[in-house]
Design a protein around this ligand. Sequence first.
Ligand SMILES: Cc1cc2nc3c(=O)[nH]c(=O)nc-3n(C[C@H](O)[C@H](O)[C@H](O)COP(=O)(O)OP(=O)(O)OC[C@H]3O[C@@H](n4cnc5c(N)ncnc54)[C@H](O)[C@@H]3O)c2cc1C
Length: 316
Amino acid sequence: REQMILGPAHWMELAHYPIGKFYQDTGRVRDLNDLAHRDDLIDYYKAFTRKLKLENHIRTGTRITKISPALEKSKKTFIVHSIEQSTGKTKKYSCNHLVFAVGPRSVIRKLDVKGIQHKYVSSAYTHPNDYPGERVVVIGGGRSADWAAQELHDSGRSVVYVMRQEASSHLNLISASQYLPYYQRWSEILSSEQERMGLLYSSKVTSFERDGLVNITTPEGSVVVQADHAIVEIGGDPDYGLLSSFGDLTFHKKRDNFRFQLNQMVVNQATFESVDIPHLYAAGYIAEGTGLSVIGFHAGCFLIAGDILSKSAEAQ
Ligand SMILES: Cc1cc2nc3c(=O)[nH]c(=O)nc-3n(C[C@H](O)[C@H](O)[C@H](O)COP(=O)(O)OP(=O)(O)OC[C@H]3O[C@@H](n4cnc5c(N)ncnc54)[C@H](O)[C@@H]3O)c2cc1C
């Protein structure tokens, strides 16, 4: 269930503990060029934290609600406000340096159309078994929606896939990514005489009616589709609101036909330190100049660690 991994295993490994070594240590017989399975990957990251003795430094089930500047006399730079999700208990942490890596979808986008509250409309895709029935409308256009549409199609459903983007942008991604089995499968679906995948480009859902009727505008005019389920997978945005106490931030509009559709924080390219907030480092998807996959983001972490170490040494 919910495998949702689209790249080979070694794209997602972290230095210090190669994923091949993890497979060997745990008796897993795997090809590094195959798509990693989510269950393997989660175990790998857990094993990684144990190997580097990081467990005591990680707080799970905790949401950060705000980051603010510390008082000058405290000799700290940041106050991080948190809430423990199971108990509602709040707690503040202080620190001198902060790595900000909230990812591309920390605020999930909402589709603002009539009827979104109907039971047959889901705000995220899970697994084909959760959508009994024959006809599914998928709304989106990024990897999560692509995944949902493909998996539902391959499990025998009739899918109408509604995308805001133009056909060229989606088809370019598919043809440029043929080295990945998941996109090869998309090509097969598109070139076969299948009748169960309807693609509506440059289109928008305008309302969900009570009886499963979904109204859609397309360049050719309006259409109405009868659905058992509608799945909205329209992504999200980084939660830059957490940094609102620091004033305006400088952003790099990162838009490509592939994976990036977000505003990234502008950072010093040698250190990943924010150009707006000294001692705050952007990491992962939200940093300008970041790599393309997990292994690419990981490279940025060495620059961040190096800069923090040298600043700490200077301060002593
Ligand atoms: C369907 C799909 C398949 C993909 N397949 C691959 C693949 O095969 N290989 C690959 O390399 N990449 C893949 N990617 C891309 C990869 O998942 C992302 O590039 C990567 O996860 C981004 O890492 P990140 O650390 O920037 O953000 P995230 O992985 O999104 O991590 C951000 C974290 O911050 C946490 N967070 C956010 N706000 C708060 C808050 N206020 N308080 C506390 N915690 C918070 C979130 O809960 C999350 O755990 C895929 C993406 C999708 C959608």
